[in-house]
Design a protein around this ligand. Structure first.
Ligand code: NAG
Ligand code: NAG
Ligand code: NAG
Ligand code: NAG
Ligand code: NAG
Ligand code: NAG
Ligand code: NAG
Length: 926
């Protein structure tokens, strides 16, 4: 049946008849595959796979310079006036020759002699007039001959030699008779095209030349306005299976006669389009009662009335096409007798115009159609649907009422479609039927339904779930384009748990998925693979909205307002709603105002194949946001604000791409931003990048502004390499200098100090031998400010005994000895030098100038613990170093003793510490 349909479509002659199907097929074969791209106008023949295309070249002769072994030559649309055999001598292997659309006036009898293998010859749209027997007498191998649209005048028996011809087209030749010959011939003929000729009668013997053509199956008589049919005129072609009468203006009586003649044929498919058949009577098809017609096309007839019983004769009919008519009333009798009918097309067959009333379908009108599986009422208009409109269609699987206007469908209730209860309906198409409301249980009777289409309506309600009661088998629910009035609840889809496809694009109120809808309406849909939520201006969804959708493959979220959810500044952090759908294959989030992709937003999407983020505001993408997209093949990022394409972001997603669309971004054409990308583009041969030449434009820097990124000089980056090394070297040096300077500034004393110690040590001294090799008269040389002598007397002097002696300047200096000498000598004689540090001491010029120098000398030359500092006050290290050239850090910790006041226990502790500092604990113990 389908085959018949296709065959009919192919055979049909178009209304304005320039080409018959033979030409179409021949041209397709001859022309070869369409040339890719917008190639400039052809200036010479193209040769490919043994086919030479020399069409549209204004040629006046067959070109002599083609490969000799070509099998097909297309010379159509040139200026040939004949087909002289001589030039064709060069191409003896030709199987196909097309010289249509030239000015050929005559066929040459030697043509087929020159081309002994020729099978297909098209001479359509030329000016061939006389056609004689000799012209084709050698063409016995010819299988297809197209002579459409010439001025044929047949002389003698021109076709008598064509023993193998299967297809003959002589349409549009103003032939005055269908009789192409008086002798039986063309024994292999299958298709005969006589359309658009001038004859109006079929005489008894017209087809007698086909007496032996037992294979003839298809006869095209389009636009032949038959007036007379002699009985038995079709007898010679009783094997006929397909007859095309489109556009023939024959009237109902001649049609009746035609059907009678067809009754003795094997007719299977009959096309009666555009024949201005205004009515059908209950006898029109009587003749077909004995035939086995399975396909009847009555479309485009402006038919207003079909009498009851008109089709009663067609009990084997399987397909009836009544599209584009003007029927006013279908009754119980209209389809009476069509008990084998499987497909009925009533598309635009029942229409309302301003001059006519709304058509009516009576109750039980479809009852006779018990075998009907598919009914199309697309673009029809009917007054109402009652409880019995569709009753009796016990095999109906598909009902298409799309773009129809039925007032009963405005508000669908339990009763509206109850007449379909007896049908095992699988697909119901209610697209564009102005539905505003669906009440509970509206589809409850459709237990077998798998596909429900509700796109382009005005549904305006909160889906509670009751609307879809009984639809446990439904796998596809389409509800796009419902004017943003649909709201959802947690139970919206509880009754359709088998759903695979759910489309809600351009339908949801923008608050439909707000956080208060919890749990998510999609939660029951664990088998969902396709979800369309696009164009809804949704700004707010829960992170768990897709929870449990482990089978979801396609998610469409474009044209919403999800930017805020992915901002890192979003209160509570970015909402990573994709985590519920880890097996996504296609994700579309174009036009969402996105300026950020948070870390982890695309985590785990290792099956993702297509990612579309076009028309957003993306600029600096975080490193590794795309790192899990290991299967990506298609990436769309056009029209964003992307300036740089770095490997840190794009290396992984681009490693396997077959399509990249990233045009119209403001690229920054500098080495850092674009070098990697340009190199990648230049090296990739597996990724298709459309418009690379003219839509990938540099925005910065000025030097490249408005140039293609492919103009970027990658070499300029390579030249930079030595400079880069130099740069790194100099910057390191500068850094080192700065660090050293800072170190010296703040820790220089320490460096210098330890350096000095190191020097003196290497010259041979050490703490130990100093102690051993010298004899000390005093245990400590005490230096203090004059004002602190009372404290010294009270706290230090009492420690003296026969084992411990201090040198105190005021007390022990021998009068008469020079002061400087005395200091140096006595310091040498003391094991330690003890400073009693107060602010007052630091101001004492003696101390600062001389004693301190001497002490420092001692420290460096002798040992680090030859100096002891006793702090009576907290003195800043800085001041200490300014006046005494000493710092706390230069001395061992034990050599610094602090005085904390005169409490009894504290004094004891102080003394203990002091003796440790002086290295005298042992002696004290004794
Ligand atoms: C055709 O219809 C007429 C009335 O319109 C009726 O008298 C006649 O019996 C019908 N013929 C057939 C074959 O149904
Ligand atoms: C119609 O089909 C039946 C059974 O398929 C067959 O017996 C009969 O000969 C066919 N009639 C014609 C006219 O081909
Ligand atoms: C439903 O009808 C619409 C409009 O006529 C059509 O485009 C669509 O293909 C139909 N859908 C199905 C699944 O038949
Ligand atoms: C329709 O569903 C019923 C059970 O609900 C089943 O028995 C029947 O076979 C189904 N019909 C078709 C055509 O699938
Ligand atoms: C999901 O699909 C599987 C297999 O196709 C099926 O067995 C299962 O019942 C479906 N789950 C639901 C909730 O319908
Ligand atoms: C969405 O629903 C809310 C509350 O139900 C309503 O205020 C708002 O107008 C609706 N929006 C649209 C576009 O209908
Ligand atoms: C592109 O590749 C070709 C060869 O693979 C090389 O000659 C050319 O310099 C490259 N151009 C750029 C801009 O990298």
């Amino acid at each position: 049946m389908l085959w018949t349909h296709l065959r009919l479509e192919a055979m049909r002659t178009p209304r304005s008849p320039p080409l018959t199907w033979v030409v179409v097929v021949a041209c397709c074969v001859l022309a070869g595959p369409p040339q890719s791209g917008a190639s400039p106008k052809k200036t010479s023949c193209r040769v490919q796979d043994g086919r030479a295309d020399c069409s549209h070249l204004s040629l006046r002769a067959i070109p002599p310079n083609l490969p000799r072994n070509i099998s097909s030559l297309d010379m159509s649309h040139n200026r040939l006036v004949g087909i002289p055999p001589a030039p064709l001598n060069l191409y003896p292997g030709l199987l196909r020759l097309d010289v249509s659309y030239n000015s050929v006036t005559k066929l040459d009898g030697h043509l087929c002699q020159t081309l002994p293998l020729l099978q297909t010859l098209s001479v359509a749209h030329n000016e061939v007039h006389l056609l004689k027997r000799e012209d084709l007498s050698h063409c016995t191998g010819l299988v297809l001959l197209n002579m459409a649209s010439n001025r044929l005048k047949l002389q003698g028996e021109p076709f008598s030699a064509l023993k193998n011809l299967k297809s003959l087209d002589v349409s549009m030749n103003k032939l005055a008779s269908a009789q192409l010959s008086s002798q039986p011939q063309l024994p292999s003929l299958v298709n005969l095209n006589l359309a658009f000729n001038d004859f109006t009668a079929l005489k008894k013997d017209d087809f007698s030349f086909l007496d032996n053509s037992s294979f003839l199956q298809l006869l095209n008589l389009s636009a032949v306005s038959l007036k007379t049919l002699e009985p038995g005129c079709l007898r010679p072609i009783s094997g006929l299976r397909t007859l095309i009468m489109d556009g023939s203006n024959m009237g109902i009586l001649v049609l009746f006669k035609l059907c009678t003649e067809l009754s003795r044929t094997a007719i299977d498919a009959l096309s009666l389009r555009k024949m201005k058949l205004v009515t059908l009577t209950n006898t029109t098809f009587t003749g077909l009662q004995r035939a086995n017609l399975t396909f009847l096309d009555l479309s485009h007839n402006g038919m207003g009335k079909i009498e009851e019983g008109s089709f009663q004769w067609l009990s084997r009919l399987q397909t009836l096409i009544l599209a584009d008519n003007n029927l006013k009333h279908l009754t119980k009798g209209t389809f009476q007798g069509l008990k084998a009918l499987k497909e009925l097309q009533l598309t635009k067959a029942l229409v309302k115009s301003h001059t006519s009333s709304t058509p009516i379908i009576d109750d039980f009108s479809f009852e006779p159609l018990s075998a009907l599986e598919s009914l199309s009422l697309r673009q029809t208009s009917v007054r109402e649907i009652t409880g019995h409109t569709f009753t009796g269609m016990t095999s109906l699987k598909e009902l298409d009422m799309s773009w129809s206007s039925y007032t009963s469908l405005r508000i669908i209730t339990k009763q509206t479609l109850v007449s379909l209860a007896g049908s095992p309906l699988v697909k119901l198409n209610l697209t564009g039927t102005a539905i505003t409301q669906i009440n509970p249980g509206s589809f409850a009777c459709m237990r077998n339904l798998t596909t429900l289409l509700l796109d382009f309506n005005f549904i305006q309600q909160t889906l509670t779930g009751k609307e879809f009661e009984g639809l446990g088998e439904v796998q596809e629910l389409h509800m796009t384009n419902n004017h943003w009035k649909v709201r959802l609840s947690s139970t919206s889809f509880v009754n359709v748990p088998n759903l695979r496809v759910l489309t809600l694009g351009k339908s949801l109120n923008n608050t439909a998925l707000n956080v208060d809808v919890d749990p998510s309406p999609f939660k029951p849909l664990c088998n969902l693979t396709f979800l369309d939520l696009s164009n809804n201006n949704i700004a707010n969804i829960r992170g768990s909205v897709l929870e449990g959708l482990v089978n979801l493959k396609v998610l469409k979220l474009q044209h919403n307002n999800l930017a805020r959810l992915w901002k890192s500044a979003n209160p509570g952090g970015p909402v990573l709603f994709l985590k519920g759908a880890p097996n996504l294959v296609t994700l579309q989030m174009d036009s969402n105002g996105l300026d950020e992709i948070p870390e982890g937003a695309l985590r785990g999407l290792s099956s993702l194949w297509e990612l579309s983020l076009a028309t957003n505001l993306l600029n600096n993408l975080r490193y590794s946001v795309f790192d899990d997209l290991k299967s990506l093949r298609v990436l769309r990022l056009q029209k964003n604000l992307i300036t740089s394409v770095n490997p840190e972001v794009f290396k992984t997603p681009m490693s396997n791409l077959s399509l990249l669309v990233m045009d119209k971004n403001p690229f920054d054409c500098t080495c850092e931003s674009i070098l990697w990308f340009v190199t990648w583009l230049n090296n990739t041969n597996t990724t298709f990048v459309p418009d690379l030449g003219d839509q990938y434009i540099c925005n910065t820097p000025l030097a490249y502004y408005n140039h293609s990124i492919m103009d970027f000089e990658t070499l300029s980056c390579k030249d930079m390499t030595p400079f880069q090394a130099l740069y790194i070297l100099t910057s390191t040096t500068v850094m080192a200098v700065i660090v050293t300077a800072l170190l010296v500034r703040f820790q220089g004393w320490r460096i210098q100090f330890y350096w000095n110690i190191l020097i003196s040590r290497t010259l041979g001294f050490s703490d130990a031998n100093i102690d051993e090799g010298r004899h000390f008269e005093y245990d400590a040389y005490i230096i203090h400010a004059e004002e602190d002598s009372r404290w010294v007397e009270r706290m230090m002097v009492p420690l003296e005994n026969e084992n411990c002696r201090f040198y105190l300047e005021d007390r022990d200096a021998v009068p008469g000895v020079a002061l400087l000498e005395s200091i140096i000598d006595n310091m040498r004689r003391s094991r330690k030098i003890l400073f009693v540090v107060t602010e007052r001491l630091l101001k004492d010029p003696w101390c600062r100038r001389f004693k301190a120098h001497q002490a420092l000398h001692q420290v460096i030359e002798a040992s680090r613990d030859s100096v002891v500092l006793v702090f009576l006050q907290d003195v800043h290290d800085y001041k200490l170093s300014r006046s005494l050239y000493l710092r706390r850090g230069m001395l061992r910790r034990c050599c610094i003793v602090e005085w904390h006041g005169g409490h009894k226990e504290r004094v004891a502790a102080f003394h203990q510490k002091l003796l440790i500092a002086l290295g005298m604990t042992n002696r004290l113990m004794e």
